[in-house]
Ligand binder design. Sequence first.
Ligand SMILES: [Zn+2]
Length: 132
Amino acid sequence: MHHSLPLVWRRIPERYNLIGCKCETCGTPYFPDRKICPKCRRKGKLVKQKMPKTGTLYSFTRVHAAPSGFEHESPYWLGIVELGNGVRILSQIVDSPEEKVVIGASVTMVFRRIYADAEEGIIAYGYKFKTI
Ligand SMILES: [Zn+2]
């Protein structure tokens, strides 16, 4: 286990396709996937669903002190993206000119290297977002 890998990334098992789920009872989408709809409880019926790959930037922050393994990317943008279906996810914002990184900016998902461990030779890939 990589203790230096930010918890939020380790907890996302479906990072390649943005597969979440949707409650068929109330229509609420969730990402990551979950077992129980907090609104419907036992009446909820959750089915897997692919999340939209575009959305808008809901909020963001510039990270200057990168965690171990991300030093080469410091500083970088970390944002909360609101997808087209209203689901909000935390993601790094990459390949975006500084003037376009604003609240409400249109963003799209890209597939990038998220982590490299030189000692163990492990490279993890996953999603990030960039401004359109
Ligand atoms: Zn529900």
